[in-house]
Design a protein around this ligand. Structure first.
Ligand code: KG4
Ligand code: ZN
Length: 352
């Protein structure tokens, strides 16, 4: 079974061809970093236009890389949400067009589900597993019980972790996207020089909060002599931020492991997915936790952690195997929770 996967929900224009034996025949990703850099963040209008300009070429390139004609496909999958709606519409329309022209089924994929199932593409992980999904838009802990069956254990009540990385980088003037910039700067830093908060540690449950950490970084910068940031200050703040984020992730995951084991006594794997899973320091923190808790850990390789078409194609394969396809009347969904039954998270008056 061969499926084309299209991803346009944020700032990557991506297309891939994947087969149901877990082979990635093609995986093209065009980053829009340069388009958004002047603004220090993703501008939805700019993103939608860039997807429109580049998607056709990326899809054709992926088909060329795979050495296939469109007739060789069994289905066409595209991210149908959640995400920036202009971009999602571009990808969904392209997939519907190919579906109509080739008479192959169209499959709308939940972007979060694509991240959630990516470990089954890279590592063939069996259900159920515990998932830490950490990206630019989301920070959640979920039990992945099957395709389409998710139980949310915790979520952020304010910023996503990737967003906190991006905002920290912006405050420190070290560029965009923030995650890789903070990670690189932190390498030379002293994580103990500044005392930064660890929001949520010590509280029951598995929810996250990062806005207090972000505010603390801003206040620390403002208190520095002359308000001028030296390279050392930047490095120490980045290292301090990462260490605080690592402590928070470890604490929340520890709580989640207890809940997961109660629900699934035979499940024993923690999967980390989403763009922030590319961070080596945070990976090592989660690795240490898993060793201490006797959990096995699966983290897809870097190129499957950040947004890509292969994870969309794979989620399409998983749905297609179960007979789950969509009509051409599918409407893109700006919001699409993995666990529709999860109660809204609330903390200090903030709702998410
Ligand atoms: O999953 P993703 O590519 O897009 C979303 O669905 O949001 O995640 C993008 C996020 C950005 O916030 C980016 O700064 C973060 O992942 N990120 C990182 C690293 N690489 C990307 N965060 C921390 N360390 C990294 N090395
Ligand atoms: Zn993503």
């Amino acid at each position: 079974m061969l499926v084309l996967g299209i991803e346009t929900s944020c700032d990557e224009t991506a297309a891939a061809v994947v087969s149901d034996d877990r082979t990635i025949l093609a995986n093209r990703v065009l980053s829009q970093i340069e388009e958004h850099r002047p603004y220090g963040g993703v501008v939805p209008e700019v993103a939608a236009r860039a997807h429109l300009d580049h998607l056709d070429g990326i899809i054709q390139g992926a088909m060329d890389d795979a050495g296939l004609s469109f007739d060789a496909l069994d289905a066409v999958a595209a991210t149908g949400g959640p995400g920036l709606i202009g971009g999602v519409m571009v990808g969904v329309m392209a997939a519907k067009g190919i579906s109509l022209a080739t008479e192959r089924p169209f499959i709308a994929v939940n972007h979060l589900e694509a991240h959630a199932l990516s470990a089954r593409l890279s590592d063939d992980i069996a259900f159920p597993y515990l998932l830490l999904l950490v990206s630019g838009g989301h920070c959640q802990l979920l039990c992945v019980e099957g395709v389409g069956t998710y139980r949310r254990l915790g979520t952020t009540v304010d910023d996503a972790l990737g967003e906190a990385f991006d905002k920290t980088a912006k405050m420190l003037g070290i560029g965009y996207p923030g995650g890789p910039a903070v990670e690189a700067a932190a390498k030379a830093g002293d994580p103990k020089r500044f005392s930064l908060p660890r929001p949520m540690i010590g509280r029951p449950g598995c929810d996250f909060s990062f806005s207090g950490l972000k505010t603390s970084i801003r206040q620390t910068v403002e208190k520095l002599p002359l308000g001028a940031l030296l390279d050392r200050d930047v490095a120490d703040l980045c290292a301090g931020f990462q260490a605080a984020a690592g402590d928070v992730l470890a604490d929340r995951c520890r709580h989640a492991i207890v809940q997961f084991r109660t629900l699934h006594p035979h499940g024993n794997t923690l999967v980390v997915a989403g763009g922030v899973a590319a961070n080596s320091y945070l990976r090592s923190r989660v690795q240490d936790l898993c060793e201490a808790e006797a959990m096995s850990l699966a983290i897809p390789p870097h190129h499957l952690c950040t947004d890509n078409g292969a994870m969309v194609a794979w989620a399409g394969i998983e749905k297609f195997r179960l007979g789950q396809t969509d009509g051409l009347d599918f409407a893109p969904r700006p919001r699409w929770p993995l666990d529709p039954n999860a109660p809204p998270a609330a903390f200090a008056g903030v709702k998410a």
